[in-house]
Ligand binder design. Structure first.
Ligand code: GLU
Length: 487
């Protein structure tokens, strides 16, 4: 690649950072990082009514959380309005654009007439064909409001899209579009071209929903006498029903995934695979690998389906690969928010907490999934889940109580409170009683965790601690007596 790569992410701050925008940001960022270029952030806030400062902040927060840092910006498109206007006026001076005095009502009635004739509507060029330049100057000088329209040249507009290859638009399909509104503010296509040129953007990488803007922008580049950047239009992101991904498909805002306990590294990995692949079927990738392997040539043309299951799977994979040390603040925060522990309590039992994290991380697909699993290790008492009671206690409460009493005695007298000796002793007891170890372990698990599913029972015993284990067994025995009485 010749000149230094300069790319930009240019969100309109009319909503949160969504999956589609985040994917666009990521592909630009990866491309910049891969080529050692610059990633620029530009907030496209010329539509003042729809833009808000809170949304700008939400977008910046989302980018920071994902780790997509930028070299320059955030620039605000609205700050460039004067320059956009000068570019439009230059096109007017040079005869590449004209003033249009048609009122919204006139345009609306022409549109309706075209509709009645079942014709596609395009501006009929009234103000360039029927209003001589001198008249237009005079009307403008007299204060009559006007827009500025670009004169679309004849022929076709062709570009070699990095993703979609040779792409053509027949200019006859494109009307003389407005570039400056009556209030002197620019229309999107002009502002983008003006800014991309000013910022020295070499590659415009964006969603293919912008494909129909590109011929207009190319015409503007040419009319303004500027070099074209390369264009790469990223394939659509689809919901499971094959339609463009939208809120109907559930969570799409980056912040919602953060809340659910998705890791930024996993979301980045997942987003990278929405329309790109490293050329083989590798899916699990670190940020460094993504940077090393990313290329626009690896982007496919076809839309790709957003599969939330796959995101959770990938997140689980990233979680498993993180150390307890790395996970500690992330998991700790969630336990504190859930009211299960205070930061001080966790800090005081750091080694214990690390063991708990190691135990639970292989069973968690999101950070949030740590919370219910960690509960029995943090609370004083557990409330047995009725389904677990039904399955492992209720069928034969007398027999179960008998086993549990033996287990209680064993645990009360056990020497070392560690996994291996506890397991040996319990298995020996099962042998002595002539039953499989499961007969002891299942009811014990219900008593100690309140559930029928948990990590290995010996790990659980060690981390819950002897005192609480015995108290929970006692509570369980009382329940079993009631069950037996009801029986
Ligand atoms: N502001 C536009 C949007 O949010 C993007 C403009 C561009 O990438 O050219 O869709």
């Amino acid at each position: 690649m010749g000149a230094r790569v300069r790319v930009r992410f240019a969100p309109s701050p009319t909503g949160f950072l969504h999956v589609g925008g985040a994917r666009t940001a990521l592909f630009n960022w990866l491309f910049a990082r891969h080529h050692g270029g610059d990633f620029i952030l530009r907030i496209e806030d010329t539509d003042r009514e729809r833009s808000s400062g809170a949304m700008v902040q939400a977008i910046l927060d989302g980018m920071e959380w994902l780790g997509l840092d930028w070299e320059e910006g955030p620039f605000h498109q609205a700050d460039g309005v004067q320059r956009h206007r000068l570019d439009a006026l230059r096109l007017l001076e040079e005869g590449r654009a004209y003033r249009c005095f048609c009122t919204p009502e006139e345009l609306e009635s022409k549109r309706r007439m075209a509709e009645e004739r079942k014709e596609g509507y395009r501006y009929d060029r009234h103000c360039t064909l029927r209003v001589p330049r001198e008249e237009a100057d005079a009307r403008a000088a007299a204060g009559e409001p006007f827009t500025i329209r670009f004169t679309v040249p004849e022929g076709e507009t062709v570009w070699d899209d990095v993703v979609h290859e040779l792409t053509r638009f027949d200019n006859a399909e494109i009307e003389d579009f407005i570039i400056l509104r009556t209030d002197g503010t620019p229309i999107y296509n002009l502002a983008v071209v003006s800014d991309d040129h000013e910022m020295g953007i070499t590659h415009v990488i964006r969603g293919d929903d912008h494909m129909s803007n590109t011929p207009k922008q190319i015409m503007l580049y040419r009319a303004l006498g500027w070099d074209l950047p390369s264009f790469a239009h990223l394939p659509m992101i689809l919901g499971s029903d094959g339609k463009r991904l939208s809120k109907r498909h559930g969570a799409t805002a980056v912040g919602q995934y953060r809340e659910q306990g998705i890791l930024p590294a996993a979301l980045v990995n997942f987003l990278a695979l929405l329309g790109w692949s490293p050329g083989d079927d590798t899916e699990l990738m670190t940020l460094d690998e993504l940077i090393a392997w990313f290329s626009l040539e690896g982007v496919n043309k076809k839309g790709s389906v957003f599969d939330p299951e796959k995101l959770e799977w990938l997140n689980g994979q990233h979680l498993h690969r993180m150390s307890a040390e790395e996970l500690e603040p992330l998991v700790g925060e969630r336990l504190v928010v859930a009211g299960l522990a205070t930061p001080e309590e966790l800090a005081a039992r750091r080694e214990w907490f690390h063991r708990l994290i190691e135990l639970l991380k292989v069973r968690s697909r999101t950070l949030q999934e740590f919370v219910p699993q960690a509960r029995p290790f943090l609370v004083d008492e557990v409330e047995p889940d009725p389904k677990a009671v039904k399955k492992h206690w209720a069928k034969n409460p007398v027999e179960v109580a008998g086993y549990l009493r033996r287990v209680r005695d064993l645990l009360a007298g056990a020497g070392r409170w560690e996994e291996e000796p506890l397991e040996e002793e319990l298995r020996a007891l099962a042998g002595e009683l002539g039953v499989g170890a499961g007969k002891l372990i299942h009811p014990l698990r219900v008593a100690v965790t309140g559930t029928a599913a948990s990590p290995g029972i010996f790990d659980v015993l060690v981390l819950v601690g002897r005192e609480r284990v015995l108290a929970r067994i006692d509570a369980g025995l009382e329940r079993l007596e009631d069950l037996a009485a009801e029986g």
